[in-house]
Design a protein around this ligand. Sequence first.
Ligand SMILES: Nc1nc2c(c(=O)[nH]1)N[C@H]1C(S)=C(S)[C@@H](COP(=O)(O)OP(=O)(O)OC[C@H]3O[C@@H](n4cnc5c(=O)[nH]c(N)nc54)[C@H](O)[C@@H]3O)O[C@H]1N2
Ligand SMILES: Nc1nc2c(c(=O)[nH]1)N[C@H]1C(S)=C(S)[C@@H](COP(=O)(O)OP(=O)(O)OC[C@H]3O[C@@H](n4cnc5c(=O)[nH]c(N)nc54)[C@H](O)[C@@H]3O)O[C@H]1N2
Ligand code: SF4
Ligand SMILES: [Mo]
Length: 703
Amino acid sequence: MNQVAQLIPTISNNEVVHSTCPYCGVGCGVTAQQTAKGLQVVGDESHPANRGKLCIKGSNLADTVGMSHRLIAPQLGRGAARKQASWDQATHLIADKFRQCIDQYGRESIAFYVSGQLLTEDYYVVNKFVKGYLGTGNIDTNSRLCMSSAVAAHKRAFGEDIVAGNYQDFEQAELIVLVGSNTAWCHPILFQRIMVAKAENANLKVVVIDPRFTATCEQADLHLPILIGQDICLFNGLLQYLNEQGYADQAFIDAHTTQLDRALDVSQAEQDLDFVASETGIAIEKLLEFYQLFAKTKKVITLFSMGVNQSSQGTNKANSIINCHLLTGRVTGEGMGAFSMTGQPNAMGGREVGGLANMLASHLDIDNPTHQQLVQDFWQSPHIAQKVGLKAVDMFEAVEAGKIKAIWIMATNPVVSLPNSDQVKRALEKCEFVVVSDVCKDTDTTDFADVLLPAQAWGEKDGTVTNSERRISRQNAFLSVPETIKADWWAVSQVAQKLGWQGFDFNSNYQIFLEHAKLSTVGNGFASERDNLPAFRYFNLQGLSDISQGEYNALKPIQWPVYADKPGTSRIYGDGIFSHTDSKAKFIATPNVAPKNKPNAEYPLILNTGRVRDQWHTMSRTGLSANLSTHRSEPYCEIHPQDALKFGIKEFDLVEVRSEWGRCVVRGQFIGMIKSLPMHVSVRWLILWLMQFRVSLSLSIHQ
Ligand SMILES: Nc1nc2c(c(=O)[nH]1)N[C@H]1C(S)=C(S)[C@@H](COP(=O)(O)OP(=O)(O)OC[C@H]3O[C@@H](n4cnc5c(=O)[nH]c(N)nc54)[C@H](O)[C@@H]3O)O[C@H]1N2
Ligand SMILES: Nc1nc2c(c(=O)[nH]1)N[C@H]1C(S)=C(S)[C@@H](COP(=O)(O)OP(=O)(O)OC[C@H]3O[C@@H](n4cnc5c(=O)[nH]c(N)nc54)[C@H](O)[C@@H]3O)O[C@H]1N2
Ligand code: SF4
Ligand SMILES: [Mo]
């Protein structure tokens, strides 16, 4: 089957199709064209996110399109018993099994684990299936590992999960603070935009807060090598400094915020700069330099990503940053604000449809009876989820404990990417019924599938994604695949229909998009009418809820909210009306709690993990491009030379990194670490069996 299957362009020679890069949350526009030289994918000059530029991953997209690695038809059974089946057989089996689970064990015995790499249309349908028809909250997504801390922080501070600003703000800012973000590698095009702005504006300063000296730091004016996990202390200290030195914007605070006192109360210890310096490991002169820069610059953007989010204190870390922006009234407006960068191409779209276990749909709350009723009425569904479902880690624990009998995993590879990967393997081995939808035939997770479903990949699937700045862009199909490869929304709809559920007779992604857009208008309207609205939220796609198929196909990138006859909205909260019912933003008390897992004699170092510039996560797609392996061809461990000396390690030795939960052997590298803090190591590449980021480790030379 593999040899005969081919991808056939659906475009005529030299016809140009506009689409969006399927990797990071910058959400760059691309154009695809079939030429005499084959498929050409280049940056889309008309796309506002990248204006024609692409990073190396985007530039090599054409190499990753193909059939050699693909799953072509549904497969049933595990191991040697696995055999090809028709879609009808596969979806019948899933429906029968789900029905059996519902009857025998109840609706809570089924779970879904999905991904920020789904299109919004796929995500919408799967969320409707689980929250409206299965009637449970048991759907979570890999975004749990990624930016769920930011989501919670936004909800607490603003009353809604909103990134208020946009990429242009980075060009208008005079100070950009990058916290826990290797932007140069992980969001390269945004980083390039920042660098161009810096070259054009001598007043624009860049500060990086990261325990490692990264490629991002090389271009920065100031690097603060912070001890891992101490960001709350640093930003609480900043809050106190700004307050004491007279930089609080009292008019803004009085008119638009509440609960400043509590935030100041819990951060009193951080009034003492010596204390902050010793807790964070940052020299006092550098600390003051940063605080003064922040205080004196009106146009400040603080961008944060995984160094903030992926932490047991992640939500408080994000709120401690937002607090400083609230205090100075720099929440939104040209060149200012706290900006959470999304990782995956459609992490933001997943948030819009409510794909996390603690959300409902369309920015509505899962535990709010009015919201439940609105969504249930709109869906005309038999049930509605009423409480928070199992979150990713708990979900896989419930699978191992036998409470979840059936799980459907879609567009993610949790056997590699969840923290305790051995536990995930145990859970899936034991689970009665595992469905995996992927584009690839072999991932670490596909081994465990009882039903394996082939999904359309980038270039074949059709729909929308939303990037970090709330900009909805089209991913257009320009390749046709064998009939047996289907869109994820189609697979879910087929199972729903076989279960006899109404509301899944979608014929196209266009129909789904319209339904999603209409739901966003339910109970909703303008902020000025909010007192008369049952469920006001800024997430609103009214202006897109009645577009024609042709308009949908040709949709130009647009930022929500999109009201009727309005061209989208580039900035939210400009008039100071926040989403909380009192229209005010909240300061959140963020106590500085000592990090867990402090180094001890047995595990004397702290580990962090993360990405490399030219690979995407578990490499199922970027691994196909030879070009992308030239930058780094294997996983590696960055070690400070002082630590290496202590452990008798020379540069490029193979090193065993061991934690309480696992071990791996990787090559040691000193590059960059000379300017980083000693006493921590960093394994770069997601393929690792170590789990946990903040654990103590030991190193030893491995033969
Ligand atoms: N090339 C490439 N780009 C990608 C991806 C990819 O796989 N490859 N994946 C995408 C996805 S899904 C995501 S989520 C993003 C992630 O984008 P980033 O967040 O930029 O990714 P990381 O490489 O994890 O970088 C996090 C940084 O935080 C630092 N850090 C660790 N602990 C702390 C701490 O306690 N405090 C502070 N201040 N810093 C800390 C680390 O040293 C590291 O430099 O990248 C996206 N872009
Ligand atoms: N150690 C460590 N672990 C981490 C992190 C870390 O920093 N360190 N970061 C975490 C973060 S932020 C993230 S986002 C996760 C990412 O972790 P994963 O989501 O597991 O990573 P990917 O390799 O991107 O997996 C996506 C899978 O979906 C498939 N796929 C792509 N498109 C489609 C589609 O349209 N439909 C279907 N059905 N399948 C598709 C791909 O082939 C691939 O197998 O990893 C997390 N895990
Ligand atoms: S910056 Fe991100 S979205 Fe843009 S081309 Fe690179 S990987 Fe794709
Ligand atoms: Mo992520």
